[in-house]
Design a protein. Structure first.
Length: 313
């Protein structure tokens, strides 16, 4: 790694893109963070990615993001790495969030790029990320590449080329573009010097076979056991079983996407015993009838050996 002597990856396995728990009035519910972390650890999650897209990070105030970062670091208590997403349209706020993450003991930071005034080139992107990374020089930094939401689709191989000379604590990328060929190109360029975190749950098998060794995802919040079976099947060189399990995961994600996604994920967490509350606008809520249908649809998902894809308390 560019910022450390060891070539051992800092992040491995399934990193849950955490939800933000709210009270019914949409204020953040910090008391729900410890049981949320405990539940995910009990299901085999290997780490946490806080204040990202799943966590509605861009709908939170800077102060709320700081409070949540501290709450997740405290709740994890060193049992698993905690990556704090600090991207912001205001680079000064992003830098403040990065510095705060370092001060509270986060494992690493990650950042999306400015998007209201979008970056104009890879060089411009590197300059923006360098400013953020400099605010937390002791933490590994991962650029969060998610063109679907930022509208910024730069060449990530070129980004790694330029950033390797400009960002001393660069650790790699969170690659959330559903293109396996793009992932493979990044892994080839990374060549053991950087990490490429995969960010598309329904394509985990393809990413793992391509060489990814860490993945960040929304559905790992509640379905980590299913994805762990996929990874175990790959380790066992049983690609037929891995493919069957991944097919179940694809069906699960398709079901969730047929409803308001964030609210659907929060509903599943509620069924598993942790109430994460509503979502903030502009995200929408599940109607009671939709919630009933969601559960019926999810209950149809079973693996080849008859085990449910999602468990309910």
């Amino acid at each position: 790694m560019s910022s450390a002597d060891s070539t051992t990856p800092r992040l491995n396995g399934l990193i849950a893109a955490t939800l933000t728990p709210y009270h019914p009035d949409h204020s953040i519910n910090l008391a729900a963070v410890p049981p949320l972390v405990e539940l995910m650890l009990s299901q085999g999650v290997d780490g946490f990615y806080v204040n990202g897209s799943t966590g509605e990070g861009m709908s939170l105030t800077t102060d709320e993001r700081c409070q949540l970062a501290e709450a997740f670091v405290r709740a994890a208590a060193g049992q698993a790495p905690v990556v704090i997403q600090v991207g912001h349209n205001c680079l000064r706020d992003a830098s403040a969030l990065a510095a705060h993450a370092q001060s509270v003991g986060a494992t690493a930071i990650s950042a999306t790029c400015p998007s209201y005034f979008p970056v104009s080139s890879v060089r411009n992107l590197v300059d923006c990320m360098q400013e953020i990374a400099l605010a937390a020089p002791d933490l590994p930094f991962y650029y969060y590449h998610i063109p679907r939401l930022t509208g910024v689709a730069m060449d990530m191989v070129e980004f790694l080329d330029l950033a390797s000379h400009s960002i001393a604590n660069l650790a790699g990328l969170k690659y959330s573009e559903p293109t396996v060929q793009g992932l493979q190109a990044c892994l080839k360029r990374a060549s053991g010097s950087y990490e490429v975190l995969w960010g598309v749950d329904e394509m985990l098998l393809s990413a793992w076979v391509s060489g990814a060794r860490a993945a960040v995802g929304s559905t790992y919040n509640f379905a980590a056991p299913l994805y762990k079976k996929i990874l175990q099947a790959v380790d066992d060189r049983d690609l037929e079983r891995a493919s069957q399990l991944q097919s179940v995961a694809v069906d699960m994600v398709r079901i969730l996407l047929s409803f308001p996604f964030h609210s659907a994920v929060k509903q599943v967490m509620r069924w598993q015993g942790v109430d994460c509350g509503p979502c903030r606008l502009p995200l929408t809520e599940l109607a009671e009838s939709a919630s009933t249908q969601l559960r019926k649809n999810l209950e149809t998902l079973v693996t080849a050996d008859g085990e449910p894809a999602v468990w309910f308390a």
